[in-house]
Each structure stands twice: as C-alpha cells, then as structure tokens.
Design a protein around this ligand. Structure first.
Ligand SMILES: Nc1ncnc2c1ncn2[C@@H]1O[C@H](COP(=O)(O)OP(=O)(O)OP(=O)(O)O)[C@@H](O)[C@H]1O
Ligand SMILES: [Mg+2]
Length: 520
C-alpha cells in the first residue's frame, strides 16, 4: 500500500476533482504503468461516452477501481483563489502533529510547544514535532488504516503576469481503501477536524499583528501581516476608571464572546465595534490590551496609511482570523483621505520630498472602503471580531464612521478621578489608604491629570526611594497636581466669570448707567 501511496505523489495532471465536504476528492493511483493504462482507458471511455453512451466510461472506471481500490482526499492549504488559509488544512496539520501520529514520520519540523505542557515530544520537552513536506504517516481509526502524506507542488499559472508567481501549492493527502469510504466521510474526517482544532487552540499563542508597509495585494508571496507574540500585562483590574463603567464594559465583552448563537439567531455577523476616545494618556491603548487579555484574542493593529487601496484593505481583512481585535489607532489622523497623517501634512513640502519613495506612496483607501471593511459583506468572513477605533478628537470623526451599529459602544476615557487614582495606588504602591489621600482627592476634583501622569508619579524614580516610596510618590503626585491645569470646563468658566465680573466692575465705576444694562 505504501508503495502505491508513494506512486500517487508523482502525478499531478488529469485529476478529476469531485467536490465533497469542502475538500477535493480525486481518483487515485496512476503512477504505475497499469494505473496509467487504466486511467487512459477511463479517459477514453469518458470522451466517447457522449457518443457511445455512458456505459463505456462506467466500465472504464470500474476497471480502474478494480485494480486500484484506494480513494484519496486532499486538503489544500489555501482555498478560494488563495484568499484564505483553509481551517481544515490547519486542523489536519495540528492533528498530525500529535506525538502519537508524528512519531512514525522520519522527517519532522520542530516548533515551540506553545501550551507549555511539553506534550509534543515527550515529558518535559518544550517543542512540538510535526510532519515535514513530502512525509507520510499512517493513522488508524475504528479498524481502518488511513495514510496521510504532506505534499508540495508548484502552482500552475496559465497567464503571463508582471506580478510574482503564486507560492507553491501545499496540501495534505489522505488515502484509504474504498470500503472505508463511509467511515472516513462520516466519522473519521469530523474526528480529525475536531481534534485538530482542539490541539490548535491548546497550542495557540496570542499574536500582535501589524500590516506590512510594502504589502501588495497582487503579490502572493507577501503576506499582509507580520506578527510578534502578544505579551501585554494590562488587565481590567489594573485599569484606572469608574468601577461601574468598567464592569459594564467587561460584561459587554464577555456577552459578545459567548454570543455566537445569539448573533446567528438575529442574523448579525459576529462582530462588535468599540470607539475609545479621550485625551492622550488616558488608557485607550491599555484598554485594548486588557480586552485582548480578557477574551484571549489576537490583536491586529492596522496602520491605514500603509494600506495602498481599498482592495489591499479587503485582502488584509480576509487574512484576519476569528478571535481577533482589529485596532485602528488615531482614526482621526488615519482617515485623512489623502492618506497622510496629520503630522506629515504639517511638514513643509521640502521635508515631504525627503521621505523615502516607499513611504511617500499615497494610500488610496477611501471612507467607503473603510466602511466596507468594518461592516460590508466581506467583514462577516471569519466571525468573532472586535473592531476598535481610538481617537483624541471624537468630534472630528465622520458621523457615518461611528454611527451605532458600526461602532456599537462609544467609551470615553478621561482624566483621572479619585476612584481611578485608588486603583493606581493599589497597583503601583500596594496601598488602599493613606493620610495624603484626602488632599489628593480634593486636588483631583479641581484639576486635570491623566492616569498616565498619575502612574508616572507613583513610580519610584530612584532605587533607594523604593523603601520610602509611598510617601515620596504621593508627595510627587501632589506636586504634579498643583502644577497641572484646572479642570477645563469648570476652571475656564470660573476664570471667564471672574474676568467678566472684573471688567463689569471697572466699567461700572466708569459709566454706571450704560454698563449696568450690558452686564444685565
Ligand atoms: N486608565 C488607565 N489605567 C491604568 N493605567 C493607565 C491608564 N491610562 C494610562 N495609563 C498608563 O499610562 C500609559 C499610557 O497609556 P495609553 O498608552 O493607554 O494611553 P492612550 O490613551 O492610548 O494615549 P494616546 O491617545 O496618546 O494613544 C500606559 O502605559 C499606562 O501605564
Ligand atoms: Mg494609545
């Protein structure tokens, strides 16, 4: 059987594909002379079946079956014109990486065991071994023998193009005796996909993605996103904000993550939009990290100005997996339809000329392209996604962009209040109360200070300060508070009222009758 399996790897042409269960099922085995003859006979039969009737073709196929009773199913890495990595392929990859199955393979690929359990390759080990390309393993299921091979083949291109040719085609091929066909279709494949998905989730390490600046949607060799491991310690416990508001956001996020059935029942794609707005240093980015940690999602940090056009944006969207937070920071700057950030606009023309040609390429993403990205038909692919916008200037945003349904929750992150301060004091100094708290509370009511500034003042500046840090830090904070601005609305009103009163007083003494009217 194994030799037959090896032979099958050599032929690529003339496969007759039968679509079944989202994978391709192909007639097998014509590497040997006999199988080739059978195949030609079958083709001959098929060709003439239109003329001579179906009978000839049917006989030819029966003959092929007689001598080569194996069925093959392929699981392609990319489906739908290379648009998306197939989940079935990823599940098979994980399934075959399980130690019990990969131990028979002779050529293996090694990777970290992201679960930290070391289950991949023996006790205490921190790597996972999986099948390398062109490798074969045998699996068994309910008495049936299943032969898996990992394959790689150049993708045939029939057109001449300026763009680089697409990457090689990778796929797993499953071969089994035809008598197991029902078992494989009804039980084995669902078993492989379920188990593979579970293994994949267990090994999953969260990632922080960013879109590549040189990304070209026509270049198949370039991926749209690069990633690093996502390791941000922020949690909702460490975020300084009104506890009730915080509880509400956490409840909303958890309800969303458990809402698969709800969303499908009401006919809405499983996604939710959050707009976080407020002055710099109030915790917008920190909250995104806390969201990702709470829900165990990947983060896709999308730099819109690096996206060439709407079609590149759509392609990026299709590369995003489920369980993801798509972040567009400073959306008021990114959404400048010229594609330049505000700071760049402010640069003199000469400075702009100096920018490298790559960076200088203008983004042609339009508002409608972005709206489509958020909630067009394509946005529903993948499911379980949060889209988060952040801005310092919510009033600058186009209302269409942040209307309810698109950005479902609008969350203001503002200056630090006493409740927020208590959270930071607990995080940074490990204290719940102190004699200086009262003074700090009074000052926080009068003055504007961002949580970032409070946090900065609560950090010991020198190593030797650590022992006396509480006192020193709180005093630093009081100092900073006294130097910070008065609460803008209240402060400005008071200042304005004071100035007006003073002017009125002065004018009254100069010309009482007329100025009394004005003051009134
Ligand atoms: N609400 C908060 N709770 C806890 N820490 C905070 C909070 N806000 C700010 N910080 C601290 O200040 C630093 C800066 O905060 P962050 O980057 O989240 O601000 P931001 O609102 O995203 O600012 P920007 O608008 O400039 O992007 C963080 O590293 C964090 O330590
Ligand atoms: Mg930020």
């Amino acid at each position: 059987m194994l030799s037959a399996l090896t032979l099958t790897t050599e032929r690529e042409k003339g496969q007759r594909e039968i679509s079944k269960m989202g994978v391709q099922e192909t007639w097998a085995g014509w590497g040997s002379a006999l199988a080739s003859a059978m195949f030609l006979w079958a083709m001959f039969g098929q060709y003439f079946s239109g003329i001579l009737g179906d009978r000839l073709g049917v006989y030819a196929m029966k003959l092929v079956y007689l001598f080569y009773p194996y069925i093959e199913i392929t699981f392609e890495e990319y489906t739908g014109e290379l648009l998306r990595r197939s989940h079935a392929y990823a599940a098979v990859e994980s399934y075959l990486s399980a130690s019990s199955r990969s131990k028979h393979a002779r050529r293996l690929k090694a990777d970290y065991d992201r679960s930290g359990s070391g289950s991949g390759s023996g006790p205490g080990s921190a790597i996972i071994l999986s099948m390398d390309d062109h490798e074969e393993v045998i699996d068994s299921f309910s008495g049936a023998k299943l032969y898996w091979s990992s394959q790689i083949a150049p993708l045939e291109s029939h057109s001449i193009s300026f763009y680089p040719s697409p990457p090689d085609r990778r796929f797993y091929r499953l071969s089994f005796h035809r008598r197991h066909r029902d078992l494989v279709a009804n039980s084995y494949i669902p078993h492989v996909l379920d188990e593979g998905k579970a293994i994949g989730l267990k090994n999953r390490v969260r990632r922080l993605y960013t879109n590549n600046t040189s990304y070209d949607s026509y270049d198949f060799r370039k991926l749209g996103w690069s990633h690093v491991h996502f390791e941000h310690p922020a949690t909702f416990e460490t975020i300084a904000m009104d506890p009730e508001k915080k509880r509400d956001i956490v409840d909303d996020l958890i309800a969303f993550s458990r809402g698969k059935e709800f969303y499908s029942r009401v006919g809405k794609p499983w996604k939710r939009g959050y707009l976080l707005y407020g002055p710099p240093g109030t915790g917008k980015s920190t909250m995104i990290a806390a969201m990702a940690n709470l829900l165990d999602y990947d983060v896709y940090d999308l730099e819109l100005t690096a996206v060439k056009n709407n079609s590149a944006l759509r392609k990026l969207l299709l590369e995003i997996s489920g369980k993801a937070i798509i972040v567009l920071e400073d959306i008021d700057c990114s959404l400048d339809l010229s594609g330049k950030r505000k700071q760049e606009r402010e640069k003199s023309e000469e400075e702009v000329k100096k920018i490298g040609s790559e960076e200088n390429k203008e983004s042609k993403v339009t508002l409608s392209g972005l709206l489509n990205f958020i909630d067009g038909l394509w946005s529903a692919c993948g499911g379980e996604r949060l889209v988060v916008f952040t801005t310092n200037f919510v009033e600058k945003l186009d209302p269409a962009l942040i209307r309810r349904g698109r950005m479902d929750r609008h969350i203001e992150l503002s200056y630090c209040d006493f409740e927020g301060f208590k959270v930071l004091a607990r995080n940074y100094l490990g204290i719940k109360e102190h004699t200086l708290f009262e003074k700090i509370q009074r000052l926080l009511e009068e003055r504007n200070i961002t949580p970032a500034d409070v946090a900065e003042n609560l950090m010991p500046k020198k190593v030797k300060e650590v022992a006396v840090s509480v006192e020193v830090c709180l005093t630093n904070l009081i100092q900073a508070l006294m130097e910070s601005k008065l609460k803008s609305a209240k402060g400005e009103e008071e200042m304005l009222a004071g100035t007006v009163a003073k002017v009125v007083e002065e004018k009254e003494s100069a010309a009482p009758s007329t100025l009394n009217d004005v003051a009134r």
